[in-house]
Design a protein around this ligand. Structure first.
Ligand code: GLY
Ligand code: MN
Ligand code: MN
Length: 435
């Protein structure tokens, strides 16, 4: 019989308790207080920005939006959740869901803009807390060695975490289908965004990252952040990069579609990027060097650029001269979990930095893959004038067919992104399983 999500979450808590006990004892702490954080107030106003709780707080209880709340972890003691839920007739006070984990923590409700009193002992406080405030509480703020160890505890996902990312993918994929339909029906970016939110059942302030909904050239703006309210006269393409959050855990998915006025060559290029993505996914297994796989992405992009008539030199030359970097300045992907760009992607398990290669500074994952990691694989190919103009003026310009690049430009770009669990002998595609 398969475990329910409640069973899996209880097993996840057992694992967390063991990990925190080991880490705290190794580093000589009696306990750690985790602050959920609080939303920023607009300057000179009484309105607040949207908010999501600190990752290590979510790691225990999966509550992404609890503000001014604290979780005290002391090995050998039941965790204590200080839940900020003041009486308030302007707002609905915070309430916890009816989930099994609530039986595993002591819950103290009250006002906690001021932190709770701490027990005696050597304690750390982690989260958005200043050193001065921590000192006044008798605790150390954000000790680096502790943060490294706690981050590392998020790298290999538990069964519960994988189930949550799977569910986030299912809800996100419902949104992607509806987004495509809204585009085909002639919608503007805002219509596509609203269709996505409706089908994936989430409000805009609670998405794990700002949905990227780019029609035409906007698909070439990597983190495009606006939603045009009127549809363009001609619709060449749509790129949607949008996710979901389930009990704290994120989906991060991108799809690109041809529009009714797409150039006849565009669907084949989208298919080419999708095929490259599948070949890169086939290279995922424990021990895979992600930096090397990122290099394979550039080889594959170069092959596509040559095959589709954008580049006239060899594949090797297109990579060596930096042509592929101008067409794709971002990394192959990143760790995924409570944060869309999850922690510890650029260091070893003991926190030794593993910086990205100098000519690929945007690569967010530089470590070897291990079972339990969840990563994205997201090759992309874009027309970004800011990057292509210097290429056009440099020596490699003669290797580029600019006529074809200019025909591609109104389509903005292509990105195909899935979320993958590394297993003992390969990878499981959590996004395709959710289709
Ligand atoms: N959605 C941001 C990214 O794909 O990394
Ligand atoms: Mn991503
Ligand atoms: Mn993405």
């Amino acid at each position: 019989m398969t475990d329910t999500i409640a069973d899996l979450q209880l097993q996840h808590l057992d694992r967390l308790e063991r990990h925190y006990a080991e880490v705290l004892s190794r580093l000589g702490y009696d306990g750690v207080l985790i602050y959920s954080g609080h939303p920023a107030r607009h300057y000179g106003d009484d309105q607040f920005a949207s908010f999501q709780a600190y990752g290590h707080f979510q790691h225990w209880i999966g509550q992404a939006y609890l503000a001014f709340s604290w979780l005290l972890i002391r090995p050998g003691h039941t965790p204590v959740l200080y839940l900020h839920a003041p009486d308030d007739f302007w707002h609905l006070p915070a309430r916890l869901p009816d989930e099994a984990w609530t039986e595993r923590v002591d819950i103290v409700e009250g006002r906690f803009e001021v932190p709770p009193a701490l027990p005696h002992g050597r304690l750390a406080v982690v989260g958005d807390v200043s050193a001065t405030r921590a000192e006044s509480m008798g605790a150390e703020a954000n000790p680096p060695a502790l943060l490294v160890a706690l981050d590392e505890g998020r790298v290999r996902k538990s069964g519960f975490e994988v189930a949550c990312i799977g569910e986030a993918n299912r809800q996100a994929m419902a949104g992607h289908g509806a987004a495509h339909d809204a585009f085909l029906a002639g919608g503007a970016e805002l219509d596509v965004q609203l269709a996505y939110l409706k089908a994936s059942r989430q409000r805009e302030g609670e998405v794990p990252y700002g949905n990227i909904v780019g029609i035409n050239e906007h698909g070439g703006v990597l983190h495009y952040q606006h939603y045009d309210t009127t549809p363009p006269a001609r619709r060449h393409s749509l790129l949607v990069d949008a996710g979901h959050r389930f009990r704290g855990y994120c989906a991060d998915i991108t799809r690109t579609w041809a529009g009714p006025q797409a150039d006849a060559s565009f669907p084949a290029l989208v298919e080419g990027v999708a095929g490259l993505q599948q070949r890169l996914i086939a290279g995922l297994r424990p021990g895979t060097d992600y930096v090397e796989l990122h290099g394979h992405m550039h080889q594959g992009l170069a092959a596509l650029l040559v095959e589709h008539g954008f580049v006239t030199s060899s594949v090797e030359a297109a990579v060596a001269t930096g042509i592929t970097r101008a067409f794709c300045p971002h990394g192959l992907g990143h760790l995924l979990g409570i944060q869309v760009h999850d922690v510890a992607g650029r260091c070893t398990a003991d926190g030794t930095p593993l910086p990205a290669p100098a000519d690929h500074p945007a690569l967010r994952l530089t470590r070897e893959l291990e079972p339990g990691m969840v990563v994205t694989i997201e090759p992309g190919l874009y027309v970004i004038p800011m990057l292509l103009n210097p290429l056009r003026q440099g020596p490699a310009s003669r290797d580029v067919n600019w006529h074809n690049v200019d025909r591609l430009a109104p389509h903005g770009g292509i990105r195909i992104e899935d979320d993958l669990l590394i297993t003992v002998n390969g990878a499981e595609n959590l996004t395709r399983e959710a289709e």
